[in-house]
Ligand binder design. Structure first.
Ligand SMILES: *[C@@H]1O[C@H](CO)[C@@H](O)[C@H](O)[C@H]1NC(C)=O
Ligand SMILES: *[C@@H]1O[C@H](CO)[C@@H](O)[C@H](O)[C@H]1NC(C)=O
Ligand SMILES: *[C@@H]1O[C@H](CO)[C@@H](O)[C@H](O)[C@H]1NC(C)=O
Ligand SMILES: *[C@@H]1O[C@H](CO)[C@@H](O)[C@H](O)[C@H]1NC(C)=O
Ligand SMILES: *[C@@H]1O[C@H](CO)[C@@H](O)[C@H](O)[C@H]1NC(C)=O
Ligand SMILES: *[C@@H]1O[C@H](CO)[C@@H](O)[C@H](O)[C@H]1NC(C)=O
Length: 299
C-alpha cells in the first residue's frame, strides 16, 4: 500500500527540523562561548558557570581570588559586559574589570581600568577608573553609582578610539578621557589590549582607605558576569587593516569622537552628582596638574 504524506505534513516536518537545527546551534554557541573567547588566568577551581553556560562566577576566599582574560587583543572599538558584584559585607574585596596591553603589571603597559571597591553591608560601592600609558597611571577618578550594583546585572562598557576613551555604566558615560592629539601625550592608543576581569583581596587600601578589613567569615565572595560583547578591531600581527584610520570603521567617525547631546546631558548629571574623587581637582597631589586635565570633555 502506498503511504500518502500531505504537503502540509511535509512542510511541518521541515519546519520542525529547521527549528531543531537552530535550537541546537544556539545551545552549542552558548556553552562554548567562554572557552572560545576567554581563558582563566589563575585558580581554575575558583571559576564556575551556570548550567547553561551563560553566567560566569569568579570567587575569592582566604586562599585566592580568580581572573580571566580574552584570548584576543583589540585596538579601538566598543567593549561591554554585564556584572553583578559581591553582595552583603564585601569590604576589602575588589572586582577589577579592565583592558591591558599585557598579561601582567609590566613597566610599559597601557591600561584602562574599572575597579569596584566593596564595602560593609548597606554602605555604597564605589567605582574607580584609571588610565595607564606606558606603565604610568595616577589618573584615578572615583564615582558613586545610582543603584546597588550587587542586586542585579548592569552593563559596564568602554568606548576606545584615537580621539577619546569613554567609560560607561549602562548607557551613561561617567568618564571622558580625551586625546590632545600631539605626539607622546598621555593617551594610550598604540598598543592593542586584552580585556580582563578578576576578583582579589585589597583590604590594605580599598575600603575607606584600608581601614575596613575583609571579613573572611563571609567568604567565598562571588562576582558574576554575562553578555560579553565586543564591536572592535581584533588585533592581528603585524597590523590588521581595521586599525587604519582611512577605513570606514564606526569608531573612526565623528559620532564616536564626541559625546552626543543625550550623552552630554547624562555626563553633566554625573559630574554634578556622583564624582567622589577626580585627580584633575587634586592640586595637593599635583601642584601642576597633568596636561590632559585642561582638555574639555564637551568638544
Ligand atoms: C570569539 O571566538 C570566536 C571563535 O574563536 C571568534 O570567531 C570570535 O571572533 C571571538 N569573538 C570575539 C569578540 O573576539
Ligand atoms: C550545553 O548545555 C546544555 C544544557 O545547558 C547541556 O545539556 C550540554 O551538555 C552542553 N553542551 C556542551 C558541549 O557542553
Ligand atoms: C581559610 O578558611 C577556611 C574555611 O573557612 C579555614 O578553615 C582556614 O583556617 C582559613 N585559613 C586561613 C589561613 O585563614
Ligand atoms: C616607555 O617606558 C619605558 C620604560 O619606562 C621607556 O624606556 C620608554 O622610553 C617609554 N616609551 C615611550 C614611547 O615613552
Ligand atoms: C564605604 O562606605 C563609607 C561610609 O559610607 C564611605 O565613606 C566610603 O566612601 C565607601 N566606599 C569605600 C570604597 O570606601
Ligand atoms: C564578620 O562577619 C560575621 C558574620 O556575618 C559577623 O558575625 C562578625 O561580627 C563579623 N566580624 C567583624 C569583625 O565585623
Amino acid at each position: 500500500m502506498e503511504r500518502k504524506v500531505s504537503p502540509m505534513a511535509t512542510l511541518l516536518f521541515i519546519t520542525v527540523l529547521i527549528a531543531a537545527y537552530y535550537f541546537s546551534e544556539s545551545q552549542a554557541q552558548s556553552n562554548s562561548s567562554f572557552q572560545d573567547n576567554f581563558s582563566i588566568m589563575w585558580s581554575e577551581n575558583h571559576f564556575k558557570t551556570s548550567p547553561d553556560g551563560q553566567i560566569w562566577y569568579l570567587s575569592l576566599d582566604n586562599d585566592t581570588g580568580c581572573g580571566f582574560q580574552t584570548k584576543q587583543r583589540y585596538r579601538f572599538g566598543w567593549f561591554s559586559m554585564k556584572l553583578k558584584l559581591v553582595g552583603g559585607d564585601s569590604a576589602g574585596v575588589v572586582t577589577a574589570y579592565y583592558m591591558c596591553s599585557e598579561n601582567g603589571a609590566g613597566p610599559t603597559r597601557d591600561e584602562l581600568d574599572i575597579e569596584f571597591l566593596g564595602n560593609r553591608t548597606g554602605q555604597p560601592y564605589l567605582i574607580q577608573t584609571n588610565v595607564y600609558k606606558n606603565g604610568t597611571g595616577n589618573r584615578e577618578m572615583r564615582h558613586q553609582l545610582w543603584f546597588d550594583p550587587t542586586e542585579d546585572f548592569h552593563s559596564y562598557s568602554i568606548l576606545w578610539n584615537s580621539h577619546q576613551i569613554l567609560f560607561f555604566v549602562d548607557q551613561v558615560p561617567i568618564r571622558v578621557f580625551k586625546n590632545a592629539d600631539y605626539a607622546n601625550n598621555f593617551f594610550p592608543n598604540e598598543k592593542p589590549m586584552y580585556l580582563f576581569s578578576s576578583i582579589w583581596d585589597a583590604d590594605n587600601w580599598a575600603t575607606r582607605g584600608g581601614l575596613e578589613k575583609t571579613n573572611w567569615t563571609n567568604a567565598p565572595f562571588v562576582s558574576s558576569y554575562k553578555d560579553f560583547s565586543v564591536d572592535a578591531c581584533q588585533w592581528e600581527d603585524p597590523y590588521p587593516p581595521c586599525v587604519s584610520t582611512t577605513t570606514n570603521n564606526w569608531w573612526d567617525q565623528y559620532a564616536a569622537w564626541h559625546l552626543s547631546d543625550q550623552q552630554k546631558t547624562d555626563f553633566a548629571w554625573v559630574e554634578r552628582n556622583l564624582v567622589i574623587y577626580d585627580y584633575c581637582q587634586d592640586t595637593k597631589r599635583f601642584p601642576t596638574l597633568p596636561e590632559e586635565c585642561s582638555l574639555s570633555p564637551w568638544d
